[in-house]
Design a protein. Structure first.
Length: 250
């Protein structure tokens, strides 16, 4: 009896999404009845072709849909058991969720260090400590700390926006296609850093990507979306390139 109860507690996810549908403009259905969960310390691969619904799912979690006339029309999203499907993004951030959107948005005319300090607004007391920590994870950012962010390469900018998210000490880091447009060497550096953050800080991570073979090697759980639905939910080792091709081409 006791063992059973313990198992249930341990399996309780940090984030739970059940039966979530999302519509844009009250009409376009971008997600349909999606179930998705992230446990503590998980690294979840969220795969799918262009238009499958990956960004929509990440925005639904972070409460960002309202800025695009998007809405969770059914189902629920809970963080630590609290319903967040209609919560304000700031309330979701306070619960420890950080979304790194595609597009690598930062203050282009501010320096790398200024961007990082601005990102610590939520936890200013630990800003110096966190700055040292992110410079340790991203030595390249330390070298470039006085440079205007607008002059960074794509890979450096990607590292900056991930580091900015870390300044808020999130429990769950959501990354939207971090490899997009980067050279293979840069993708490797970015993934090295993400892997280290996941391993050393114990941060739960969700990475949305179309195809990054390494992601399936490091992930602890995998979901594949197709046209707004979960087509595959399986251990990453069981998801093959062939399977992905079939889903992407369907
Ligand atoms: N702001 C928006 N308004 C209307 N439709 C949108 C909007 N954003 C995305 N969509 C639609 O929702 C679907 C899922 O898109 P998206 O979540 O961006 O997929 P992915 O990130 O997997 O490429 C697509 O059909 C897309 O055209
Ligand atoms: Mg997307």
């Amino acid at each position: 009896m006791r063992t059973e109860a313990k198992a249930i507690v341990e399996e309780k996810p940090l984030l739970n999404i059940s039966g979530v549908s999302v519509h844009y403009d009250g009409a376009i259905e971008a997600l349909e009845s999606v179930d998705f969960a992230v446990s503590e310390r998980a690294l979840v691969a969220l795969l799918g072709a262009n238009g499958a619904g990956k960004t929509t799912l990440l925005k639904a979690i972070a409460g960002m849909l309202q800025f695009e006339r998007g809405e969770v029309t059914s189902g629920d999203i809970t963080i630590d058991g609290f319903s967040c499907a209609r919560a304000h993004p700031a309330a979701i951030t306070r619960r420890g969720i950080a979304l790194v959107q595609d597009g690598r948005q930062c203050f282009r005319s501010m320096t790398v260090a200024e961007n990082l300090r601005a990102a610590a607004l939520l936890k200013p007391a630990r800003a110096n400590e966190m700055l040292d920590l992110v410079f340790d994870y991203f030595p390249m950012l330390k070298e470039m700390s006085a440079r205007a962010a607008g002059y960074l390469s794509g890979g450096q900018a990607q590292m900056l926006v991930i580091a900015m998210a870390l300044m808020g000490q999130p429990r769950l880091l959501l990354l939207d296609e971090p490899s997009l447009g980067l050279s293979p060497v840069m993708v490797q550096s970015v993934f090295d850093a993400i892997e280290r953050v996941h391993r050393d800080l114990g941060t739960s991570v969700v990475i949305a990507e179309q195809t990054v073979p390494r992601l399936l090697r490091i992930a602890t759980d995998a979901y594949v979306l197709s046209r707004g639905r979960v087509a595959i939910h399986a251990p990453p080792s069981e998801v093959t390139e062939d399977q992905l091709q079939r889903v992407y081409l369907s």
